[in-house]
Design a protein. Sequence first.
Lengths: 382, 96
Amino acid sequence: MVTPKKTATPARRRSATTTLLIATRKGLWTLQSDESRRAWKLNGPHFLGNVVHHAVLDPRDGRTLLAAARTGHLGPTIFRSSDRGRTWKEASQPPAFKAGSGRTVDHTFWLAPGHASEPGVWYGGTSPQGLFRSIDGGVTWHGVDGFNEHPDRKAWCGGDQDGTPDGPKLHSILIDPRDPAHLYIGMSSGGVFESTAAGANWRPLNRGVRADFLPQPDPEYGHDPHCVRMHPQSPDRLYQQNHCGIYRLDRPSENWLDIGATMPKSVGSIGFPLVVHPHDIDTLWVFPMDGSSVWPRVSPGGRPAVYRSVNGGRTWQRQTTGLPASQAWWTVKRQAMTADRAPTVGVYFGTTSGEVWGSRDEGRSWRPLARHLPHIYAVEAA
Amino acid sequence: MIVRIPGLLRSYTAGAAMVEVTAGATKPDASRGASVDSVLMELDRRFPGLRFRIIDEQAAVRPHIKLFVDGLLVRDLAHPVHAAAELMIVGALSGG
């Protein structure tokens, strides 16, 4: 295995304030910090009553925001703002499968701005698993046929009724900053797949990842990655939080390394989100949840803890200062944990019980930033 | 004809609860007469995006939406409508 040299990249100079986009089951809120990141102001809601699965700011222009929404009754759509959320317009052609395909998009689950050299390009991942692309900043969306029409897609993903209780999902759309045609996706279920042709070709990339819920212990695909991250400065470094542990991959190797085995046995290595340090390829955070018996997916023992590794997963430190010591049965979903890009990185997460917690010292201490919100699906730093 | 718009969709109609539509205004084949589908197409032409929120890409009524033509529950978009008919769009009872 190739082990990349550890590179600590300098923090980008930018406004010292942080904005968090908080997508919930009942609408979208934002949290805006002051320069010290001590004081936070909650704004919203936008789209009250809409199920907002993801909201993302385009880092290429710093002002375009996309939000993936649906309601309990109405079908899925995408809302778009070109002024950082002051005004919104609906996509004129939201993601939809081809007529006659027999497939329907239940909701858009994941939004990803495209490569820096392709302004206006966005990717969307849906439930059930579908990959969509926009070339006009999210106004119109078209299926990526190389995935949606691939003859093996159904074998990779299973049927549209298979997958997680909230519906099978295509998530973790990663674009190589060195090559706009080089993409990765994650699917629950399906596994991690790679394209070297802007989505026209795909192949599974799951070697070394367990899938102990399948009859075959080491299948080529069918895995359940919960969240896959690429290091923005060192894109050959990938991490994933999986249904069956935590893994690291250093390309060009194709063998994922199990880095969850070093987590405390009493806590385990199961969770949904994973966050990479924007300036250090070896530092990452996870939020473990109980994956035993019937998969409760809450903080083990009711004692929430963030775990950080500073050496690529060889060892882990428990980070709990400020978090409740007991009787806090939190669930944090796969998009609901993020980091800002400040020199001393801020780390943030939102719970399904509507609390947002933040650390302005890389997880050493935590405090609540917002409470009493609806079920949180996603937290993104803008 | 009259289309009754539920609260769920009035963001598309500038708050209007009732919209008058010329049935069959956008029907693809004039010889086949107006249908629920042609009414919804005309509605979408005037209020872009509305149709996809209630009819999916396979031309099926979405699970929690109900359409009534003159009080009759209709699932088939080819169901004929006459010029004086009333189409009522309803968000079926569900919530939480």
